[in-house]
Design a protein around this ligand. Structure first.
Ligand code: AMP
Ligand code: DBH
Length: 547
C-alpha cells in the first residue's frame, strides 16, 4: 500500500532522474550511510539536553522502534500523526516510521485539538505518537475522545511517562539492554512514493497536507547541504520547531545528518535557551525567524563571548528587514544567510559569496537550475525583472498537489503544473527574489502562518458573531500580528470572551487574534468579497492614531 499523491509528469520524472536529482534512496539513508564504517558511525549525531547519540545509536534506536511497530502489525502505507517537542525522540521516531514505511504528519507542538483533529481526519492514522509534556496529553481524556471518534487508531506511543499507550523511553531502554537485536532490513516505501506529509501554512478553512516523496525531499536536503557547505564539523542548533521545513531540510537537521555533523536541540529559540547551548557545544550554525533575531540582537551585547563559534545565522520564514539584516554580523559576529522557503517545495538561499547588497536586500535565489519561476501580473502575464508579481514555481522538489484536495488543487496550480505560492515577489536582474507581499489569505505572524479562514470559521461558531474577517496588522517585533473585525449581535461582547471561545474550540494559541475590532459592517469588494485590503488600511490608521 502506498499513499496516493499527484505525480510529476513522466518527462519531468525522467529529467530529474537523469540529472541525478532523484537517486532512488529512502530518506533514512541520511543516517544509515554513516553506519557502514565504525569511525563515522561513532560520531555524535544528536545532542538533547544531557543525552548524546552517535549515528550508530540513532540508527539502532530507530531500528528497535521499527521492530516494535513491525511486531504490532504496522506496515508500509499506514499513516501516523506525530506531535513531539524538540527532543531526540522526534528523529528516532521519524526514522523508525520511515523504515517501516509508515507515513507521518508531524504536527507542531503548539498545535491543539483543532489542528490535530484536522490532520487525523485527513490521514485516518493507525498510529499516534504524542508527548505527555503536552497539555492535551497529561491525562487520557483527549486520547479517549480520539479513540472513540477514530476507529483507525490502533496504537499510541508516548514520549515521557505514559498514563496510556506505550512509553517510547521504556521501550527503547528495555530493548537496548537485551542488545544483540537481530538485524532485520526494513523496506520503506519506494523512494518515488510519499515519505511523509509536510504541513502547509495554509490559507483555507482546514490545513492542507503536502505529500513529500523520498526522492524530492532528499534532493532538496543534499542540494542544501552543498549550498550551505555543511560537513562533519558542522554543529547545528535546532531552535525552531523540529518538524518545520526550515529546521528539518534547509539544510536543517536532515542536512546535518546527511553531512555527518551534529544537531543540538534547543527547546525554543530564545536567547536564554540558545546562548548557553551555543557556548557549550560550540555551535557553528543555526536558523531563526526574524522576531527571534530581534531578541538575540538585544541579548547579545552581554553574551557575545558565548557566540564565538557561530559562523552562520540563517534567517527565514518571514521577511527580514534590511536594518535588522545589517546588525547581524556586527552584533552577533556571524554571517547572515537569508532563506525563503516553503513546505510545498521551492527554497531560496543567499549564497556565502554574495555581495552584501544581495545578502541584506534579497531573499536569495533557488536551490536548483531546474527550479522554474514565473512571476505574473493579475492577468497571468509574466512581468519583467524588477516588477512585482505573483510567484509561481515548479521543479524537482516542488509538489504537484495537496493531499486529497482536488478542488483546492484546481486553483493552487496553473495549467502547466506551476504552484501558486501566494507570495508577491520581484526578481532582480541577477536572478534573486525579493518578497514584497502576499496574495494569499494568510497572516505571517513572525514566521508562524495563520490561515484567516480557519480562524474566521471558528469565530463564526460563536452564537453572537454574525460575520468575521481576520487580517494582518503591522508589528515592530513580529512583523505582523492578527486583527479580527467582528460583527456581533451582542453589544457587550468582549475580545477576551472571543479569545476564550477560540481556546475552548482547541485553536492553537498563536492563531488567536491579537486584537479584535467590533464593527457594524464589513467593507465589500465589487465582486462581493470582504475587502481585506481596506480592513488592513483601517487597522493601520487606527494604530497610527492611537500612537
Ligand atoms: P509555509 O507554507 O508554512 O511553508 O510557509 C511558506 C511561506 O512563508 C512562503 O510562501 C512565504 O510567504 C513565507 N516565507 C518564508 N520565508 C520567507 C522569507 N525569507 N521572507 C518572506 N517570506 C517568507
Ligand atoms: O517559512 C517556511 O516555510 C520556510 C522558511 C525557510 C521553509 O519551508 C523553508 C525555509 O524550507
Amino acid at each position: 500500500m502506498t499513499i496516493p499523491f499527484t505525480p510529476w509528469p513522466a518527462e519531468f520524472t525522467a529529467r530529474y532522474i537523469e540529472k541525478g536529482y532523484w537517486i532512488d534512496l529512502p530518506l533514512t539513508d541520511i543516517v544509515t550511510r554513516h553506519c557502514v564504517d565504525s569511525t563515522s558511525a561513532s560520531r555524535t549525531a544528536l545532542i538533547c539536553h544531557q543525552r548524546q547519540f552517535s549515528y550508530a545509536e540513532l540508527n539502532c534506536l530507530s531500528n528497535i522502534l521499527a521492530h516494535h511497530l513491525h511486531a504490532q502489525g504496522f506496515k508500509a502505507g499506514d499513516t501516523a500523526v506525530v506531535q513531539l517537542p524538540n527532543v531526540a525522540e522526534f528523529y528516532i521516531v521519524f526514522l523508525a516510521l520511515l523504515k517501516v514505511g509508515i507515513v507521518p504528519v508531524n504536527a507542531l507542538f503548539n498545535h491543539k485539538q483543532l489542528e490535530l483533529r484536522a490532520y487525523i481526519e485527513q490521514v485516518q492514522p493507525a498510529l499516534m505518537v504524542v508527548s505527555n509534556c503536552h497539555q492535551l496529553f497529561h491525562d487520557d481524556r483527549f486520547v479517549s475522545e480520539l479513540n472513540a471518534d477514530t476507529p483507525t487508531i490502533r496504537h499510541w506511543l508516548v514520549e515521557g511517562e505514559a498514563t496510556f499507550g506505550t512509553s517510547i523511553t521504556e521501550l527503547l531502554m528495555a530493548q537496548q539492554e537485551e542488545s544483540n537485536e537481530e538485524v532485520v532490513e526494513f523496506t520503506s516505501t519506494p523512494a518515488s512514493e510519499v515519505a511523509f506529509f509536510q504541513l502547509s501554512g495554509g490559507s483555507t478553512g482546514t490545513p492542507k497536507l503536502i505529500p513529500r516523496t523520498h526522492n524530492d525531499y532528499y534532493y532538496s536536503v543534499r542540494a542544501s547541504v552543498e549550498i550551505c557547505q555543511l560537513d562533519s564539523d558542522t554543529v547545528y542548533l535546532c531552535a525552531l520547531p523540529a518538524p518545520h521545513n526550515f529546521s528539518l531540510s534547509s539544510p536543517g537537521a536532515f542536512g546535518v545528518f546527511y553531512a555527518g555533523g551534529t544537531v543540538v536541540l534547543a527547546t525554543d529559540p530564545s536567547a536564554m535557551s540558545c546562548f548557553p547551548l551555543i557556548h557549550k557545544h560550540r555551535v557553528t550554525m543555526t536558523a531563526l525567524v526574524p522576531p527571534a533575531v530581534t531578541l538575540w540582537l538585544q541579548a547579545a551585547s552581554d553574551y557575545k563571548r558565548h557566540l564565538v563559534s557561530l559562523n552562520v545565522l540563517q534567517v527565514g520564514g518571514a521577511r527580514l528587514s534590511e536594518s535588522l539584516a545589517k546588525q547581524i554580523s556586527p552584533v552577533l559576529g556571524c554571517q547572515l544567510q537569508q532563506v525563503f522557503g516553503m513546505a510545498e517545495g521551492l527554497v531560496n538561499y543567499t549564497r556565502f559569496d554574495d555581495d552584501s547588497w544581495h545578502v541584506f536586500n534579497t531573499q536569495g535565489r533557488p536551490i536548483s537550475n531546474d527550479d522554474e519561476i514565473k512571476i505574473v501580473d493579475e492577468q497571468g502575464n509574466e512581468v519583467p525583472d524588477g516588477i512585482a508579481g505573483a510567484l509561481l514555481t515548479r521543479g524537482p522538489y516542488t509538489f504537484r498537489g495537496y493531499f486529497n484536495s482536488p478542488d483546492h488543487n484546481a486553483n493552487a496550480f496553473d495549467a502547466d503544473g506551476f504552484y501558486r505560492s501566494g507570495d508577491i515577489v520581484k526578481r532582480t536582474t541577477t536572478g534573486y527574489l525579493i518578497v514584497v507581499g502576499r496574495d494569499k489569505d494568510q497572516i505571517n505572524r513572525g514566521g508562524e502562518k495563520i490561515a484567516a479562514e480557519e480562524v474566521e470559521n471558528q469565530l463564526l461558531v460563536h452564537e453572537a458573531v454574525t460575520n468575521a474577517a481576520l487580517v494582518s496588522m503591522p508589528d515592530t517585533v513580529m512583523g505582523e500580528k492578527s486583527c479580527a473585525f467582528v460583527i456581533t449581535t451582542n453589544p457587550a461582547l468582549k475580545a477576551i470572551t472571543l479569545r476564550k471561545h477560540l481556546r475552548a474550540r482547541g485553536v492553537a494559541e498563536y492563531k488567536l487574534p491579537d486584537r479584535v475590532e467590533f464593527v457594524a459592517q464589513l467593507p465589500m469588494t465589487p465582486v462581493g468579497k470582504v475587502d481585506k485590503k481596506q480592513l488592513r488600511q483601517t487597522i493601520q490608521q487606527t494604530l497610527i492614531i492611537k500612537k
